[in-house]
Design a protein around this ligand. Sequence first.
Ligand code: ADP
Ligand code: MG
Length: 268
Amino acid sequence: MTPAAPAVQISHLDQRFTTARGEVHALSGIDLTIEPGAFVSLIGPSGCGKSTLLRCIADLVTPTAGEVLVGGVSAHRARLAHGYGIAFQQAGLLEWRTVQRNVELPLELHGVGKAERAERARHLLDLVGLADFARMKPAELSGGMQQRVAIARSLAEEPPLLLMDEPFGALDEMTRERMQAELLAIRERTGTTVVFVTHSIPEAVFLSTQVVVMSPRPGRIVRVVEVDLPARDEDAREHPAFFAGITAVREALRGRESPAAALHGDDR
Ligand code: ADP
Ligand code: MG
C-alpha cells in the first residue's frame, strides 16, 4: 500500500443486479474518500446497499460502473495482497476446524509460526469471552458466539483495513460494548482504517470519525457527519458532541438537512 494514498477511494460507483424479477439498482453515484486511520460507519435503511458497498471495497462484488481503489491499488489487487480483514453478518467459519484453528487461519495462511499464532488466537478468544470454547467446533456454538469467533479471526492479523458488516448486531449489550472498546483499542494501537456497517446510530457515533448516511435504494450518500469526540471512553457516551452527532445522523436519515449544510449546498 502506498502510504500517501487514501485507504479507500470510491469514484462514481454504480451497482445494478440483474435478477429473475428484473433489475435492482442498489447503489448510485457513490463518491467517497476514506483517509488512513479513519473509522467510517455506513448507516441507512435496510436494503440501501450498505453490504453491497462494503462488498465492492472487498472485491466480492464487481461494480457495474465506477472505480474502487484500496490503498491506491484496485480492490482486486488489494484482495490478492490480503490488504484487509473482514467480519460479515454471517460468521463464515470453517465447520471442520476448531474455534481456535478458525481464528488462527489468517495467520496460518501467512506463515506465522505455530506457537505464535496459538498464543495470539488464545488472546483474542479470551477477549471475546470464548477462551473455554477454543477446542469446540463452530456448530457447537450459538450464532452470537460464532460471530464473536469471526470477529476474533478478523482481528488476528491487525490488518491495515478492517471491513465489518454489522459485526456486533447479534451480541448482548455488555459484550457489544466490550467489543467496541477493543476495536477502538486495536485501531489506536495499529492505525487500522475501519469501514463499519451498523444500523445503530449511537454505535456509529461512538465509534466513528465519520458517519456516512445513505438514502433508501438506490443507495446514495446523503451526508457525511463528522464526529469529533475528545475521547472514546465511557464518558464519551455522555458528551455533548456525542448527542450532537446522534441528532445530525438522525436528521440526515430523515432527509432533513441542518440549515448550515443547506446553505453550503452540501447535499451529498
Ligand atoms: P443493506 O446491506 O443496506 O441492507 P444490501 O447491500 O444487502 O443492503 O442490498 C441492497 C439491494 O441490492 C437489495 O435490494 C438487495 O436485495 C440487492 N442485492 C444485493 N446483493 C444482490 C445480489 N447478489 N443479487 C441481486 N440483488 C442483490
Ligand atoms: Mg446488509
